[in-house]
Design a protein around this ligand. Structure first.
Ligand SMILES: [Fe+2]
Length: 382
């Protein structure tokens, strides 16, 4: 491995690998393995993937070998699965951080010491690939040289593995959209499930936002397609929050100015995540505009009046009403009357007063009893 890398080296390597991954996202792991194996002069790399059905990491066939010895090593299977915190793959699953092992021969958790010695492997870097908030897989890079921990390489690996994680989410979304027209409801359920892996609050929130936008859309005589788009946007509107640390999203206190600025980035992040997918332009626009307000006080662009799509306003009002009716880490759920008061206040310049009127009409359908506190969330009975 080259002894010293400067920033330009790392930038060049990162851009090169990201470019390759974005051109062939289905083979992200293989590309990362081979490309980084080659560019950073690792001698061997292998991939462990999260089992779709069980909480365990499973050995995959994806690997990078440089000679017969490493090729033989790739066939060694002491264990074909690892559980949380078990062995080196499980360790990286627990820490969610890259782990650098400078001397494999003294590392007790490494089960293949004898075989690694035969292959001449001495150093190992274990990199977890984070998709949303869970570990999707673990890549292990090995070197025949004794290498001291290199913070620059660890940083590069962290950056690339989070980028790879975003691609995984994007692929999951793309796969769901294969049957876009035929199975709209199923797709929405799947999107909600992905969200709930990270944040159990979201499933009830998004479900209620979808109820509200559908009811308001019908009262506005929206077409079937427009209402379906509203549903997609309601399910996707906060998808960009996967880029925000959980400590901030679930902070049981008011956010600092800096933290709020970071939260605001979820809108652009969400738009970028879905911009290449086969949703209609209106869905993408609603995701981008769901925090804009008519008087220009919203974000990310501070758009005003007609610059904001009608559906985006329907979504924004429904999002606010739904959020107020839920328990949050820093406050209890508001009563329906308080929500109606707040919506009336927002009719004063922030949102179209006719839309607010329709939203209040829709909310009237639900008694306070319909919002039953349950594990910090709320249930809608209907
Ligand atoms: Fe949002």
């Amino acid at each position: 491995m080259k002894r010293y890398y400067n920033c330009a080296d790392f930038l060049e390597i990162s851009l090169d690998v990201i470019e390759q991954v974005s051109q062939d996202e289905d083979n992200s792991y293989q590309i990362i393995c081979e490309s980084l194996g080659e560019r950073l002069k690792w001698d061997y790399a292998e991939v462990w993937l999260r089992d779709a059905l069980n909480p365990q990491l499973v050995q995959s066939d994806i690997c990078y070998t440089t000679d017969q010895l490493t090729s033989d090593f790739s066939k060694v299977r002491k264990h074909s699965i690892f559980h949380y915190d078990q062995g080196l793959p499980g360790l990286s699953w627990r820490t969610k951080e890259p782990v650098w092992i400078t001397n494999l021969t003294t590392e007790k958790r490494f089960l293949r010491q004898k075989e690694a010695k035969k292959a001449g492997l001495k150093t190992c870097l274990i990199v977890p690939v984070i998709a949303e908030d869970y570990v999707d897989g673990v890549i292990m890079f090995f070197s025949k040289k004794s290498l001291e921990e290199n913070k620059h390489i660890i940083k590069l690996m962290s950056l690339l593995s989070s980028r790879l994680g975003l691609n995984i989410i994007k692929n999951q979304l793309s796969n769901m959209l294969i049957n876009y027209e035929k199975e709209a409801d199923k797709n929405i359920e799947l999107i909600s499930k992905i969200f709930s892996l990270r944040d159990p609050y979201t499933i009830s929130h998004e479900k209620f936002v979808r109820n509200l936008v559908t009811d308001i859309g019908q009262r506005l005589n929206f077409t079937h397609e427009e209402i379906q788009d509203l549903n997609y946007a309601a399910a996707l509107h906060d998808i960009g929050k996967i880029s925000i640390p959980m400590e901030i999203l679930s902070k049981p206190a008011r956010l600092s100015h800096e933290e709020f600025q970071l939260i605001k980035t979820h809108v652009i992040a969400g738009y970028e995540l879905i911009q290449d997918l086969s949703f209609s332009d209106n869905v993408k626009r609603m995701v981008l505009e769901h925090h804009e307000k008519l008087d220009g006080s919203g974000y990310p662009f501070g758009k005003i009046k007609d610059e904001i799509y009608l559906g985006s306003q329907v979504l924004a009002i429904s999002d606010i009403a739904s959020a107020m009716l839920e328990n949050r880490p820093y406050r209890a759920a508001h009563k329906k009357l308080a929500v109606i008061d707040e919506l009336n206040r927002l009719a004063n310049g922030k949102f179209d007063s006719k839309l607010i009127e329709l939203a209040i009409e829709v909310l009237a359908k639900y008694d306070d009893d319909y919002f039953t506190s349950s594990h910090g969330s709320f249930m809608v009975k209907n």
